[in-house]
Design a binder for this molecule. Sequence first.
Ligand code: ATP
Ligand code: MG
Length: 204
Amino acid sequence: MELEAKGICFRYMSKTAPILNNVDFTLKEGDKLALVGPSGCGKSTLAKILAGYIRPSGGTVLLDGKPLPDQGYSPVQMIYQHPELAVNPRWKMSKIAHECWTPNDELLKDMGIEKEWMSRWPTELSGGELQRFCVVRALGPETRFLICDEITTMLDVITQAQLWQTILDIAEKNKLGMIVVTHNNYLADKVCDRVIKLTDINHI
Ligand SMILES: Nc1ncnc2c1ncn2[C@@H]1O[C@H](COP(=O)(O)OP(=O)(O)OP(=O)(O)O)[C@@H](O)[C@H]1O
Ligand SMILES: [Mg+2]
């Protein structure tokens, strides 16, 4: 499988300056790519375009040569920096955990999710606890590519390491391609086999 960004261009409003211009790259299954660059250079914007959440003003995102499906479970899943903005605040955690697929007990255990959390509201969990649910939700069996946008920034180092270990084990098992957006060079080196500076491939 292959995820390809071809000539991606983007601007938020017609009068503002473009954020992305003619960005190209390809990610194959099993590839782990770190996407780095200064704050505001467009990493999260590109991540959302790759995951199909926003449409580019120019260019295309192709999955095995075809446009992303616009219905059903997307094989390109994204995890955000702020989990509290990525869950429905009116849903209990058990409903959120089962929103996209049915994770098994082993995965929930590996993610350090306690059974008792299932009956809570999102506001009754810490950011790190909530983020584990967002990670699980994105790891359904149909996921082929996983985009992680600064997903462990709010966690302590031990929890970060545990979470990444579980994600990497699943990525390895399922041959997922991964894009890791981060400001942390250590994490980029540790987790990824390739580093791309957005400013090097963005022709602004
Ligand atoms: N919804 C929006 N409307 C208008 N401008 C936006 C919007 N979202 C982001 N921007 C602008 O687009 C630019 C790129 O933002 P983006 O969030 O992609 O940067 P980033 O590289 O992820 O930064 P960071 O490392 O701080 O997360 C920034 O200048 C930002 O102010
Ligand atoms: Mg960002």
